[in-house]
Ligand binder design. Structure first.
Ligand code: PRT
Ligand code: ZN
Length: 284
């Protein structure tokens, strides 16, 4: 028995999706134009599809699980469960107005024509804020709608913001934040669920590793207590004596979010020769 996973064939989620599987130790070949691949060392069969089709394929049971943007599921809910956020493909669905528009609050968009490929999410957003706008669905190149007179504002996905900027638009409200998620069909058999659990365990280890760094440093023995308090570690830091008496090497794991603050504090506490390494997997 194999678990079937649907990934985006070519687009913004492709590299993140195949990269995640590889970091989970799952090897496969995905030559250009290939639609299907078998994992070499894990009971997984991989389908490469258009991202918009993935929720339907999973809901219909053609695939058991899939990787897709949260925005796709939110716009068009299907009979699938979202089981894990994956930490890549991050973007936001935002409202943007032409630069000359003096925007200060949402009510200014009442009655305005807004172009978007996400009419359902946007309709709900406006409804929940008691503003009524004229939502105009278009399927691509939303950002050019205001300059050709098709709309007064747009609602589109943004990551760096450069597309909006180069089209003379300014982001004014975040409607939703999105990242790639793992979805599952609702009626997996026990054996498939067991494979999925195994995969999820690996995915969580890869995610945890990406959020942490391995840090090594040298410290004078008399500063160890102070430095230890700065290094939470998974249990407590490892300590190895150096050949030079009076010095030790401390090894630990620090979270990426407060990493630079920890490094500054360590230096102030007398740490030297600080080395920082990335972690491939972190098993909790
Ligand atoms: O061919 P297929 O249908 O599979 O792909 P697609 O063209 O429909 O999707 P694709 O590859 O563009 O996006 C897949 C998913 O990536 C989306 O559903 C989002 O979840 C996620 N994602 C992350 C993004 C972006 N970032 C993003 N920036 N999707 C689209 N964009 C577009 C946006 O629409 C705009 O045109 O990029 C432009 C803005 O980018 P910046 O960097 O200029 O702000
Ligand atoms: Zn698409």
């Amino acid at each position: 028995m194999k678990l079937k996973i649907a990934l985006q064939r070519s687009g913004r989620l492709s590299d993140g999706s195949t990269g995640l599987l590889r970091k989970c130790g799952i090897g496969f070949s995905n030559g250009l134009g290939k639609l299907r691949a078998e994992a070499a060392d894990f009971p997984l069969e991989i389908f490469f599809l258009r991202d918009d089709d993935i929720p339907d394929y999973v809901a219909d049971g053609v695939a058991d699980i899939g990787i897709v943007g949260e925005n796709v599921i939110a716009e068009n809910p299907k009979a699938v469960d979202t089981i894990e956020k994956l930490g890549f493909g991050r973007c936001r669905l935002s409202l943007a107005v032409p630069k000359g528009f003096e925007y200060s609050e949402l009510s200014q968009l009442a009655g305005k024509k807004i172009a978007t490929s996400y009419p359902n999410i946007l309709r709900e957003y406006f409804a929940s804020r008691g503003v009524s706008a004229d939502i105009h669905e278009i399927s691509g190149s939303v950002e050019i709608a205001p300059s050709i007179g098709l709309a007064d504002a747009v609602c589109d996905l943004v990551s760096s913001g450069s597309t909006l900027f180069s089209n003379g638009l300014r982001e004014v409200e975040t409607v939703m934040s999105s990242e790639a998620v793992l979805i599952r069909r609702r009626d997996l058999e026990t054996e498939q669920q067991a494979i999925l659990d195994k995969l999820l365990f690996r995915i969580r280890s890869v995610k945890a590793a990406a959020q942490n760094k391995y840090i090594l440093l040298n410290a004078p023995v008399e500063r160890v207590d102070e430095i230890k308090r700065l290094l939470p570690g998974m249990r407590s830091p490892s300590m190895v004596p150096l050949a030079d008496e009076g010095w030790v090497s401390l090894h630990s794991v620090v979270s990426e979010t407060d990493f630079w603050e920890v490094v500054d504090a360590l230096k102030n506490a007398g740490a030297e020769g600080i080395l920082v390494l990335s972690i491939d997997q972190m098993i909790r």
